[in-house]
Design a protein around this ligand. Structure first.
Ligand code: DX5
Ligand code: ZN
Length: 215
């Protein structure tokens, strides 16, 4: 069964501890780290990430949408993240970056923007713990799912039989079944789980139900 990784991007930051406690059924916290350069948005950094790690019993992964990820990786490892996900578009030295993540004692994930071909990770397949296929252009929560990426998820599944395949962007009960059918192991969902007036636990349960109900 696919795992659900809520992104806290659209959670109520003033009540974050409460939001995390209410999101029962989450398997992994997905933290979207944005630097205002690699993507046109700024979020939070290692201090908040460490606070989430401290408050949680489930693993935390940091999705680094930043330039010069090599300079920042140690901070997120120190924060206690289990997995560090870097964008292939942010480095000419992907192999070195993956080795750095492993040396820091974390699992290594690599993310692909919608416009980046799968071949960008073909030569490092053996070293990857996880491939993150973006199904929106990164930078903001609440964008529409790019259905054209489903074929890439299928090809990723074939190319990387030993890596986890994660999908991020526009995931909810309407889109989760098709990405799981295409081979996704982990579903990141932000606005489908954390929204004003929503019960995050119920939203997670709804995504799970969609996976059972879909033919
Ligand atoms: C987008 C982020 C996603 C995003 C998901 O740049 O990487 O994790 O917050 O949000 P939704 O599920 O609302 O598309
Ligand atoms: Zn993300």
């Amino acid at each position: 069964m696919a795992l659900i990784a809520p992104s806290i991007l659209t959670a109520d930051f003033l009540r974050l501890g409460d939001e995390l406690r209410r999101a029962k059924g989450a398997d992994v916290w997905h933290l979207d780290i944005m630097d205002g350069h690699f993507v046109p948005n700024l979020t939070f950094g290692p201090l908040l990430s460490a606070a989430v790690v401290k408050a949680s019993e489930i693993p935390v992964e940091c999705h680094l949408m930043v330039e010069r990820p090599q300079d920042l990786l140690p901070r997120y490892a120190e924060a206690g993240a289990k997995r560090l996900i870097v964008h292939v578009e942010a480095t000419p030295h992907l192999h070195r970056l993956i080795a750095q993540v492993h040396d820091l004692g974390c699992e290594a994930g690599v993310a692909l923007n919608p416009g980046t071909p799968l071949s960008a990770v073909a030569e490092v397949g053996e070293d990857l713990d996880l491939l993150l296929v973006m199904t929106v252009d990164p930078g903001f929560g609440g964008q529409s799912f790019l259905a054209g990426q489903i074929e890439k998820i299928r090809r990723a599944r074939d190319l990387l039989p030993n890596a986890l395949i994660e999908v991020d962007g526009g995931i909810g009960p309407a889109t989760a079944p098709e990405v799981v059918r295409a081979g996704a192991d982990i579903l990141v969902a932000g606005s489908a789980i954390f929204a004003p007036e929503a019960d995050p636990a119920e939203r997670i349960a709804e995504i799970r139900r969609s996976l059972h109900e879909s033919p």
